[in-house]
Design a protein around this ligand. Structure first.
Ligand SMILES: NC(=O)C1=CN([C@@H]2O[C@H](COP(=O)(O)OP(=O)(O)OC[C@H]3O[C@@H](n4cnc5c(N)ncnc54)[C@H](O)[C@@H]3O)[C@@H](O)[C@H]2O)C=CC1
Ligand SMILES: O=C(O)CCC(=O)C(=O)O
Length: 444
């Protein structure tokens, strides 16, 4: 059996009940075959793949808190510190009822490669809890965040592990987490990113994952002799990534006609009014169907189905495995020619295979959603220097890095004879950096 196949089998056996982690490992290792086969003996001897698929540590802990009725609630928190080969652990925290160890491990594993592609000194980690902030009062969210930090603080630090936001964790949650860290440690340091702008946060961080997705998408389109201007786009989700991807896409002259949340989707053939979406999601924390209260000419459809809407470009920006084989067949039949992932692993494996076989342009999330962690790393730089950069400086650095990620993944794909396959390109370009660093640091 080849080293790659052995490692895929071993990962499944050693991590039972973690299908998302298996999926992420399989996707990465499968595409590393050409690199591993060139030097299999060396990689085997150094157990590079065994070490890469085994987190440095998995921390799991009880999070007790008191709800508004005085009832004690208990959630489970996690932090997976996956790899510090190229820098301190870095990656977001997800608060969502679906969070479990396998999901946090898949996200942490992906983060290693994404962070390597940014070219900045950050390792891979991820965390979260099976806590649902939806419908909770600000006080309840604060109580949860403080209790979560009461355990997490002993494992993190500005030069150790720097968490940030992800699904269910935005500026409000990061603020409460930061306040509690400071209270527990007495340290005013860049231990979290995505902080408020008055206490160390970076301009552009809020917009950066969505903006970065549009910058790299535009760069890919430019290299394929087209641009976003005048194209019709469907964006899933209506959270942080979806909102700011829509904003930049509209500024680039595209028409975004649909967005969604976990209940259903809105279709507005005239083009989504983002001011309305922001009011619903960022101010009222409401549901996407409320869009119709202000724009009655739009349609709302309960449940899945957003990918049935004809578009040129699809941007899945909600969650993992939201884009299935059936969906991509429909997208293709409706003329969609590019799919770029804003979410982490939103496309199922069989859907990805179909996309690649059918020559639809495809950017994998670990490259195309790297803008968020990029700006987080720029926030760490600003915090270390005790300065704030301007919006323009931060945004232009972000754009430069996204363009550079495209260059890396496209040249790695070309070097290994699979031009235009950015899945293989991203995995190989990132793996080489991480494996080199692991090799140089000895067996640790
Ligand atoms: N926030 C960030 O900087 C980054 C986020 N990501 C990824 O982007 C995706 C979205 O994250 P954010 O926008 O930050 O989160 P968010 O909490 O701001 O928004 C999440 C959106 O996805 C929808 N959603 C969540 N679970 C769903 C489900 N099961 N079915 C359908 N819709 C669902 C929600 O309704 C919401 O619209 C996630 O995969 C996340 O890991 C990736 C890179 C950075
Ligand atoms: O900003 C960060 O540190 C991490 C963002 C994140 O969680 C991700 O890239 O998936």
């Amino acid at each position: 059996m080849s080293y790659v196949d052995e490692m895929i089998t071993r990962t499944i056996e050693k991590n039972p009940g973690e299908p998302e982690f298996h999926q992420a490992v399989r996707e990465v290792l499968d595409s590393l075959r050409p690199v591993i086969e060139r030097d299999e003996e060396k990689y085997r001897r150094d157990a590079i793949l065994e070490r890469l698929t085994e987190p440095d540590r998995v921390i799991s802990f009880r999070v007790p808190w008191i709800d508004d009725k005085g009832q004690v609630q208990v959630n489970r928190g996690y932090r997976v510190q996956f790899s510090s080969a190229i820098g301190p652990y870095k990656g977001g925290l997800r608060f969502h009822p679906s969070v479990n160890q396998g999901i946090v491990k898949f996200l942490g594993f992906e983060q290693i490669f994404k962070n390597a592609l940014t070219g900045l000194p950050i390792g891979g980690g991820k965390g979260g809890a099976d806590f649902d902030p939806k419908g909770k009062s600000d006080r309840e969210v604060m109580a949860f965040c403080q209790s979560f930090m009461n355990e997490l603080y002993r494992h993190i630090g500005a030069n150790i592990d720097v968490p940030a936001g992800d699904i269910g964790v935005g500026g409000r949650e990061v603020g409460y987490l930061y306040g509690q860290y400071k209270r527990l440690t007495g340290l005013y340091e860049g231990v979290l990113t995505g902080k408020g702008l008055t206490f160390g946060g970076s301009l552009v961080r809020k917009e950066s994952t969505g903006y970065g997705l549009i910058y790299i998408t535009e760069e890919m389109l430019r290299n394929h002799d087209t641009t976003m201007s005048g194209k019709t786009i469907v964006v899933s989700g209506s959270g942080n990534v979806a909102t700011y991807a829509t904003e930049r896409a509209q500024q680039f002259g595209a028409k975004v006609v649909a967005m969604s949340d976990s209940n259903g989707y809105i279709y507005d053939p005239k083009g989504i009014r983002l001011d309305v979406v922001k009011k619903i999601k960022e101010v009222r924390r409401g549901r996407i169907k409320e869009y119709l209260d202000e724009i009655p000419t739009a349609q709302y459809v309960e449940g899945k189905g957003i990918w049935n809407i004809p578009c040129d470009i699809a941007l899945p920006c909600a969650t993992q495995n939201e884009l299935t084989l059936e969906d991509v067949k429909t997208l293709k039949a409706n003329g969609c020619f590019a799919i770029c992932e804003g979410a982490n692993m939103p496309t199922t494996q069989d859907a990805t295979d179909f996309i690649l076989e059918n020559e639809i342009l495809f950017l994998p999330g670990k490259a195309s959603n790297a803008g968020g962690v990029t700006t987080s790393a720029l926030e760490m730089t600003q915090n270390s220097e005790r300065v704030y950069w301007s919006f323009e400086k931060t945004d232009s650095r972000l754009k430069e890095i996204m363009v550079n990620i495209y260059a890396q993944i496209s040249s790695a794909a070309k070097e290994y004879g699979v031009e235009g396959n950015y899945v293989i390109g991203a995995n190989i370009a990132a793996f080489k950096k991480v494996a080199d660093a692991m090799h140089s640091q000895g067996i640790v």
